[in-house]
Ligand binder design. Structure first.
Ligand code: AKG
Ligand code: FE2
Length: 308
């Protein structure tokens, strides 16, 4: 089943800026990814386990950005299970992105892991919108040029385990002004007074965008950890938005995706659908020899039909 969202979820995202859907992914889908996170990150984390000494906030600030907050990140494709590689392109996620952005052709422009551990950093951040490292301009007015930024909960996320805090669009509009995108120091406390928590169990999906106010929060539970994945979708062809460049990582394990994803999933990372004019006898032959384990039958068959 490709659809795991309702029209009300789309409406909530549009009006509030955020929507949280519990059980978007089931236990069988998340369990192998949880295992991957443990293998990828838990051994390398310094795991002090306690947050008591860790408060590096400047006077009067509710938080800051520090490199230590961003220690355990990897980018698609992952040197791990098929499950962790394919979840960013899950048909239910693609379908939700299509409905949120309001276009059929969507593009996955961001996919990364993120593991946080109590005591490794002070994860409290100030309220901000994420547009700064997704576009060189500002979030667009045209709704189809918006982005949808998903956070998938791999572990349970409580307030003590660094749940993202957010302020709905109506609330931030009231405090900062209609559709503003920066939050100067003097509005941080007023925003904090309206903040909500995105705490929820593993399997939850949070959708927001690059023009929505939120902040990371510290992990205070003893020996706590928070495992999440971040995925960003935009309309295909929207060159204003970017984050990762898939093509620059040709030496990473693309086979995990190419050998297991459908043409519709692969279209979301820029591979033309079967029947597209890009596919000719030459491009098919060369692509197949580049990725010998990718089953290109659907592409070959469609191309043969087109060229008859
Ligand atoms: O991880 C989170 O909960 C939010 C972090 C965040 O907003 C950021 O680093 O931009
Ligand atoms: Fe952010």
């Amino acid at each position: 089943m490709n659809r795991r969202h309702s029209p009300a979820d789309v409406d909530t995202w549009k009006t509030q800026g955020f929507v949280l859907i519990q059980d978007f992914f089931n236990h069988e889908e998340i369990a192998p990814i949880l295992k991957d996170f443990q293998q990828l990150y838990t051994e390398q984390s310094s795991q002090p386990g306690s947050a008591t000494e860790l408060d590096v906030k400047a006077a009067g600030q509710i938080g800051g950005f520090h490199p230590k907050q961003f220690l355990h990140f990897d980018t698609l494709p992952y040197q791990a299970s098929e499950a962790i590689n394919l979840i960013s392109l899950h048909p239910a996620l693609i379908s939700f992105a299509q409905d949120l952005i309001g276009v059929e052709k969507v593009h996955l422009y961001q996919s990364h892991t993120w593991a946080k551990y109590t005591g490794e950093a002070d994860y409290d951040q100030p309220f901000h919108c994420d547009f700064g490292n997704h576009t060189l301009t500002v979030p667009a007015d045209n709704p189809s040029h918006r982005t949808v930024d998903f956070v998938v909960y791999i572990s349970d996320v409580t307030d003590e385990l660094g749940a993202l805090r957010y302020v709905t669009k109506p609330d931030s509009n009231e405090i900062i002004g209609q559709r503003e995108i920066t939050a100067p120091q003097e509005v941080q406390i007023p925003l904090k007074q309206r903040e909500r928590s995105a705490a929820a169990p593993s399997g939850t999906l949070l959708a927001h965008s690059i023009d929505t106010f939120h902040r990371g929060s510290n992990l205070t539970a003893d020996n706590g950890f928070r495992f999440t994945m971040t995925m960003g979708y935009k309309a295909a062809g929207n060159d204003m938005i970017g984050f990762h460049v898939w093509q620059d990582a040709a030496d990473r394990p693309w086979g995990k995706i190419l050998n297991n994803a459908s043409p519709e999933q692969l279209r979301c990372i820029g591979i033309p659908l079967p029947g597209d004019a890009f596919w000719t006898p030459r491009t098919l032959r060369l692509t197949q020899s580049r990725w010998p384990y990718w089953n290109m039958q659907a592409y070959v068959k469609k191309q043969a039909e087109e060229w008859q």
